[in-house]
Write a protein of this length. Structure first.
Length: 331
């Protein structure tokens, strides 16, 4: 019968391997805690397994991360899989090592070794705007392009339909997220939150900003005519003021909202002229005229012209609210 090893003999045997015991020796079949003299890591195992498996160190010194289990798990550090580069292991999930990877676009992606090796995951999934999409429209680079009062700043990510989502800034200072298709179709030309209500009427900040170009005493949303016998409301003009003894009305007509209301606008103009008003009509698409154009229109009215039209770039271009509403109706 073999004699039992003493504590001194066990510690000497462990020291030859390069391990320092941190717990007292009970028996060769009982687990102990050891510290490696080479790497300083702590391992827990029985002396029998330690003497059989390990020769010079803890067996993990050549593998920097304990998640790799002494080389039994595949080390894919700094290897490239498609657009992803494996950086470091993070944690275990269902007996698989989850690695942190960096995509060529700069985003991080956490995935398992199996998905990387098998080719199931090749990118972070948010960099498709660089040319991985099949839709030709979504590949268009619209950075710094203007759409109405919106300017596309930078692409953010991809939605579930494969469309590129852009961060846009409005002329009023608000930012919003819109897809490429939404911007190119003309369906959205402002942030939608730069609408104000003055004197009970809805107006845009672009229309409100015309005050700096007009007479200082101009009145916004001025009501005219007789009240409606049914609800008591009265029609209004965007701006009204008196200049050289003449009552002048300024109407700011955006293409999206007035492109399909020609008959209503013509009736409004005839009514104003019959009431003795002079009209300046600004036809635009989320932009405003210059001071020179306003002064030239005032000079024409001063000479006796009853109606002056200032047509800006963007008028008669793109879709209107009626077109969008017509497309949304089911066939």
């Amino acid at each position: 019968m073999a004699s039992r090893l003493t504590t001194e003999e066990v510690n000497k045997r462990d020291g030859e391997i390069g391990l320092i015991p941190l717990e007292p020796y009970i028996g060769s079949a009982y687990k102990r805690k050891y510290r490696c003299l080479t790497c300083g890591k702590t391992i827990i195992n029985t002396p029998n397994i330690i003497w059989i498996r390990y020769k010079k160190d803890c067996g993990r010194c050549q593998y920097p991360d304990p998640l790799l289990f002494g080389g039994r798990k595949k080390d894919i550090r700094n290897q490239k899989f498609g657009m992803l580069t494996a950086i470091e292991p993070l944690y275990m999930k269902k007996h698989r090592v989850i690695w942190r990877c960096v995509c060529d676009c700069g985003n991080n992606k956490n995935t398992s070794v199996d998905k990387l090796v098998n080719g199931h995951v090749k990118s972070c999934g948010k960099c498709n705007y660089k040319g991985l999409q099949t839709s030709k429209r979504n590949r268009i680079n619209i950075q710094k392009r203007r759409f109405g009062s919106m300017v596309a700043l930078r692409p953010l990510n991809i939605n579930k339909h494969g469309g590129v989502i852009w961060e846009c800034v409005c002329d009023c200072g608000n930012t919003c997220k819109l897809t490429t298709a939404r911007l190119l179709s003309g369906g959205t030309k402002s942030c939608g939150s730069c609408q104000l209500r003055i004197n009970g009427q809805t107006t845009s900040k672009i229309s409100l900003s015309l005050k700096s170009l007009l007479i200082p005493w101009a009145v916004h949303n001025y009501h005219y005519g007789k009240p409606n016998p049914y609800n008591g409301t009265r029609k209004s003009v965007d701006w009204a003021f008196v200049y050289d003894g003449k009552k002048i009305a300024v109407e700011y007509d955006e293409w999206y909202w007035h492109g399909y209301k020609r008959n209503q606008d013509n009736l409004r103009n005839r009514t104003l002229i019959e009431l003795g008003w002079y009209i300046i009509i600004i036809r635009a698409s989320y932009n405003r005229p210059t001071q020179h154009q306003i002064n030239k229109a005032l000079d024409l009215i001063k000479s006796g012209k009853r109606k002056v039209i200032i047509k800006l770039k963007g008028w008669n271009v793109g879709t209107t609210f009626a077109d969008r509403k017509r497309k949304s109706k089911p066939i």
